[in-house]
Design a protein around this ligand. Structure first.
Ligand SMILES: [Zn+2]
Length: 651
């Protein structure tokens, strides 16, 4: 509604007016960014001192003004100073992000490795020294690839980021946070709504202040915004013919303390099991683990991601090839139009596959993070320990792990865990990754090496998934053992916790080793197992490996009898002609589509003995995740010693 006249503005007209405003802001910001995309101006912004010798303020538009970087609209167009501010804010954010990339690129180029795809561990150390804090390995890989591509094309390393990249693109949006009451106001209307007042242009290129008018926009708030949340000034943009309001809000949360934790959860990154964790408690300076492995197995999803990534690479090659062919054709060529259309179609398809990968990555990351935080709240843990992704790089398992799950997903999971844990006042601390699965968590204390084998009944073979300690006889999943060591490193090394000054990320830089005992006693062996031990036979005999050597004539394939329908068509011997398992009972309502199941807001710990259906929690059909179980009693030290409350009773 237009405030002054009370005229109700139809949706399409409102969309057009907002689009005019965002276009004005985008043009101004893009012009400013393009004008300052050079070494001298980026240096001026990076040094953080304005023309008057004072330090630059944190607010982007103020910093830009302090540097004297003015921007004016086209001749004959009137915009108020607040719109200029919004444009300057947007430009400053784009340039400051570029400064981060510039530092990264500079660090990579000063420590340019001998063989760029594979850095040696000394080269990684040198690079880590030069890099700014909090840079993930995925960022390093991506930038290295970008510089290599430039090197391949130009035969030399770029002098600066401005040579490596075009000026960053500016989105068509208006960052109203930089403006004040002269352009925008926002107030809450009831618990489920808000009223946004904003000045919008009435024509595409307003010539005077008369072409601007205050508009009232009612906003309905989603249920994720709690009534006590404080709304912040939004950003407006137009997406697919609708006005979108990016509305940040603040809720008060307590700060989790860095030290003084007694119950914590440790999580290890696996290859296919995305996360393997354990709950542990600190009792009289000793770490006691809960004895229950917590796994989030996303094998099927990561296989899907793997397939999609292969498809993306295939499409990219094809697209590149078509574009190369297209450059060789003149526009008058009869083939040109056909090829151009095919090229466009391929571009769209590639974009869609990329979006699918992004969405799946994000959904997986949030689902895994939600599960991890739920596990921590269920055992009343006050801290979650994770491996430091920066130190993970130096380990040998990178090649295989990254083939399935990119480091980017892990970075997203860490960010999501931090976000969700903060709401429950749970600290998230990273510990050094080196040697977590190398030493025995039970007796190792940093000295007794684990033997890695393929399975618990093949302890003499070399493998990956299973860990066996010859000294104490511990035999467990490799990642579970690593998770126990991560939890123990965290709980024992609490005093060395450091908090990053700007990001607030907590980390323990030194590894403090200590043995972990398991509270849960092994279950009484079954009668079959006792008999097997007594008679010295194998409880689970494996069939003898098939002899694959070619020392006999190839046997004839057995032909299947013709089926009842009378046709003599051959059916494959691999497909059974009827179901080998009974069909599942019809439920009537079908499968729930993938995605987040609606969950009620929960602030209280789970009641004792409560079992959640993990499938509802993860949002994926094919993810196998340990159900979240609440422990009956806590605080008295008895919660790990009661196997009855650890055993799932339902599902
Ligand atoms: Zn051991």
């Amino acid at each position: 509604m237009v405030e002054k006249t009370g005229e109700v503005v139809a949706q399409p007209l409102l969309v057009r007016r907002v689009a005019w405003l965002t276009r004005l802001a985008r043009e101004l910001a893009a012009r400013l960014v393009a004008a300052r995309w050079n070494v001298a101006d980026l240096d001026a912004l990076a040094c953080g001192v304005g023309l008057d010798g004072r330090a630059l303020p944190a607010k982007g538009w103020m910093a830009v003004r302090r540097l004297g970087w003015a921007v004016a609209p086209a001749v004959g167009v009137y915009v108020c100073d607040r719109v200029l501010r919004c444009a300057q804010e947007q430009a400053a954010r784009a340039l400051r992000l570029a400064l981060h990339r510039r530092r990264l690129v500079a660090a990579i180029m000063t420590t340019w490795p001998q063989d760029p795809p594979e850095r040696t561990s000394a080269e990684w150390d040198a690079l880590r020294m030069a890099l700014p804090d909090g840079v993930s390995s995925a960022e390093v890989h991506n930038r290295t690839r970008q510089i290599r591509a430039y090197h391949g094309e130009h035969g030399a390393l770029p002098a600066d980021l401005t040579e490596l990249e075009e000026p960053p693109k500016v989105a068509a949006q208006i960052v109203l946070a930089a403006a004040d009451r002269q352009l925008v106001t926002l107030e809450r209307a009831g618990s489920r709504g808000a009223r946004l007042r904003v000045r919008l242009p009435l024509v595409a290129s307003p010539a005077s202040a008369k072409d601007w008018a205050w508009h009232l926009l009612p906003i309905s708030l989603p249920p994720t915004v709690p009534p006590q949340g404080t709304l912040c000034t939004p950003t407006l943009r137009v997406v697919k013919g609708r006005v979108r309001v990016d509305l940040p809000f603040q809720i008060p949360i307590d700060v989790a303390p860095a030290t003084g934790h007694t119950i914590g959860c440790g999580f290890d990154w696996g290859v296919n099991t995305l996360l393997t964790g354990t709950a542990a408690r600190l009792a009289d300076g000793r770490v006691v683990s809960d004895g229950r492995p917590l796994t989030y197995d996303a094998t099927v999803i990561s296989a899907k991601l793997h397939r999609l990534r292969a498809e993306r690479a295939h499409l990219a090659t094809k697209h590149q090839h078509q574009r190369r062919l297209l450059t060789g054709l003149t526009p008058t060529d009869p083939c040109h139009e056909k090829l151009a259309a095919a090229c466009r179609r391929l571009g769209v398809e590639q974009e869609r596959v990329c979006a699918r990968i992004r969405n799946l990555n994000r959904a997986l990351a949030w689902s895994a993070a939600r599960w991890a935080v739920d596990q921590a709240t269920a055992v009343n843990a006050t801290v979650i320990y994770l491996e430091d992704l920066a130190t993970l790089q130096a380990r040998g398992r990178r090649g295989r792990a990254n083939a399935r799950l990119s480091g980017q997903v892990r970075g997203q999971i860490v960010a999501a865990i931090r976000h969700l844990a903060a709401k429950h006042t749970i600290a998230v601390v990273t510990v050094p990754a080196r040697g977590t699965s190398k030493y025995c968590p039970r007796c190792g204390n940093g000295s007794s090496m684990l033997r890695h084998c393929p399975a618990p009944d093949r302890l003499t073979e070399k493998g990956w998934a299973w860990a066996y300690c010859p000294a104490c006889g511990l035999s467990c999943d490799r990642d579970w053992g690593a998770a126990e060591r991560i939890a123990s490193r965290g709980l024992l090394g609490q005093r060395a916790t450091r908090t990053h000054r700007t990001t607030g990320a907590r980390t323990i830089p030194t590894a403090v080793e200590g043995n972990v005992s398991r509270a849960r006693r092994p279950r009484r062996s079954t009668r079959a197992a006792r008999r097997a031990r007594r008679t010295q036979t194998d409880l689970h005999p494996r069939p003898a490996a098939r002899d694959r050597s070619k020392n006999r004539p190839t046997p004839k394939r057995r032909r299947r009898a013709p089926n009842n329908s009378g046709s003599d068509a051959m059916t494959s011997s691999r497909v059974p002609d009827r179901r080998t398992v009974p069909a599942p009972p019809p439920t009537g309502n079908g499968k729930r589509p993938a995605g987040h199941a609606p969950q009620p807001e929960r602030h209280q710990p789970y009641p004792a003995g409560h079992v959640r259906n993990s499938h509802h929690r993860t949002g994926f059909h094919h993810t196998k995740a340990t159900p979240v179980l609440a422990l009956a009693e806590h605080g008295s030290g008895s919660c790990y010693a009661r196997p009855s409350c650890l055993t799932p009773s339902g599902s």
